[in-house]
Design a protein around this ligand. Structure first.
Ligand code: FAD
Length: 497
């Protein structure tokens, strides 16, 4: 075995979670090694993203511009044929005052490579084709990792090991807990890719389309003008049918779902390249009983994941990466007690997971009205906004009020996107509002809507000026510092009574 190398942090996994935590720690000048067993770009499922990830977190990582320029499909929100109404209903992210108005649908091979390359540019030592095998311990503490790279066994010592190696993690038990699989979400997913599928009518052509049918539900995610990711999530009683032939099972489910069948009329399933396989995933809804132990922390899917209907996976992966980076930076900087610092990471991560879990349980009752789902969202997120806004905020990944998801540099972009959307809808003139002739009641309505948006954006800009939190999210807990990268004790006056 080669001599051991020393780092401050070793991260296992180059997915969104591993790239996030490693970049945000390396930016503080700490020595970070990231091990990734594959060669990027590599395939991964999880293509529909949330606004806070693609704007706020991306800005903190320093890749917002690169992601904007990558040409991903803009996701304005979602369209659902779900619940008691036979007609599809929709929501858009710009319904709430404090969120970015759109996200992206991404090809993960491309998106994950942008984040991993950025980690390397930010000072992380990235080793691909490097497979972590076991942790090194001294007493109760994890002090490093053994891994295989370029045909040799190696060892790296570090103050912290981060397990961000996804749902197939071999290391997660090293935090001392177990994975508990959800008894409620015991579904399977079977999915493939199609060329030439229809698009939703504007302004929703980039939105995710989710359609419930008698066996479960479908996702329909536009990844380019012509490429669509299509997956069926069905009850585990269909396992034998799927295992016998995933290709045939997917075709049968499409046949049983008239809306998806209609959208795929004339489309062809891709049969070559990374999108040429029909894949199956199961046992993906679980949560670990411990997210950290001395010297080791679990982030992203290595810690927990839940049903994909609201695209929370990459959000939870990157959010937990950010929370873990704050804890690591605070401890490496010597400012905070480890129990308190990682306790904050775990409490916030569990809270976010719990909000999605509770809401999704209610959402899976497909006999309800959309208003009832909105009400459930308000309850799950304990939100002070109205029902629709609470729903949008929750499914947009902003129910925690995380300040880093608000990015001042995106304000101009927000104004432009609203203007573009309205132009596409044929509703909006490029002339400033005061020069416009108000000829119809519709135009009055549009002007009001525009002024309202402008007020929102002004408010948004002022709240985004600093990422510092004034009060703890968890009673008795810590607050994020102004740089968004550390924890601090709250000022005494800010502690809730
Ligand atoms: P990953 O993306 O899995 O990255 C982990 C990395 O670790 C991989 O690159 C792997 O090669 C590497 N690795 C593993 N073991 C080792 C090792 N021993 N040594 C070194 N490297 C290792 N999420 C969304 O946001 N939107 C969606 O629309 C969505 N749809 C989904 C649909 C389905 C059916 C499923 C199952 C999930 C979906 N998800 C979705 C969830 C999403 O796929 C994950 O939550 C997300 O990829 C987690 O990111 P991560 O960084 O934690 O892990």
């Amino acid at each position: 075995m080669a001599a051991s190398e020393d780092f401050d942090v070793v991260v296992v996994g180059g997915g969104p979670s591993g790239s996030t935590v490693s970049t945000l720690v390396a930016k503080q000048g700490h020595r970070v090694l990231l091990l990734e067993k594959e060669t990027f770009p590599r395939y991964q499922i999880g293509e529909s993203l949330l606004p806070g990830t693609v704007h706020g977190l991306a800005s903190l990582l320093g890749v917002a511009e690169e992601i904007r320029a990558a040409g991903f499909v803009r996701k304005r929100g979602g369209v659902f044929r779900w619940g008691s109404s036979p007609e599809p209903w929709s929501f858009s992210f710009d319904e709430t005052p404090d969120m970015f108005p759109y996200a992206y649908q991404v090809e993960r091979a491309k998106f994950d490579t942008i984040l991993l390359d950025n980690a390397a540019r930010s000072g992380v030592t990235v080793r691909q084709r490097a497979t972590a095998s076991e942790v090194v311990r001294e007493g109760e503490r994890v002090v490093g990792l053994r891994y295989r790279h370029e045909g040799r066994e190696r060892e790296a010592r570090a103050r912290y090991v981060v397990d961000a190696s996804g749902n197939g993690s071999r290391l997660h038990r090293q935090a001392g807990g177990e994975r508990v699989y959800s008894q409620f979400f015991r579904n399977l997913a079977v999915f493939g890719y199609f060329e030439g599928g229809k698009r939703l009518p504007e302004p929703n052509s980039g939105s995710i389309f989710c359609v419930a049918f008698e066996d479960g539900w479908f996702w329909y995610i536009p990844l380019s003008e012509t490429l669509t990711s299509v997956g069926a999530v069905v009850h585990r009683s269909k396992a034998a049918e799927i295992q016998a032939s995933p290709v045939q099972a997917l075709a049968t489910f499409v046949d049983r779902c008239p809306l998806i069948k209609d959208y795929l009329q004339g489309a062809e399933r891709v049969t070559e390249g990374i999108y040429g396989t029909v894949r199956v995933r199961k046992d993906y809804s679980y949560c670990g009983t411990r997210f950290w132990a001395p010297g080791i922390v679990l982030t992203g899917d290595a810690a927990c994941f839940i049903d994909p209907v609201f695209s929370s996976g990459v959000h939870l992966a990157t959010y937990s990466g950010l929370l873990a980076a704050r804890s690591i930076n605070s401890c490496l900087g010597g400012g905070l007690d480890e129990n308190r610092s990682f306790g904050e990471f775990e409490a916030r991560y569990r809270r976010e997971y719990g909000v999605f879990y509770e809401f999704l349980m209610a959402f899976y009752d497909v006999g309800q009205t959309k208003e009832s789902y909105f009400w459930q969202a308000r309850r799950a997120a304990s939100c002070e906004l109205n029902e629709l806004q609470s729903f949008v905020r929750l499914v947009g990944g902003s129910s925690s009020g995380e300040t880093s998801f608000m990015d001042p540099t995106a304000v101009g972009e927000r104004v432009r996107s609203i203007a573009t959307a309205w132009r596409e809808e044929g509703e909006y003139s490029t002339r400033p509002p005061r020069q416009r002739q108000r000829t119809t009641p519709t135009e009055d309505h549009i002007l009001n809507r525009m002024w309202e948006q402008e007020r929102v954006i002004e408010g948004f800009a002022s709240t985004a000026a600093t990422r510092a939190e004034t009060a703890p999210l968890i009673p008795g807990g810590l607050v994020a510092t102004a740089d968004g990268l550390h924890w601090a004790e709250p000022a005494p006056a800010a502690t809730p009574a």
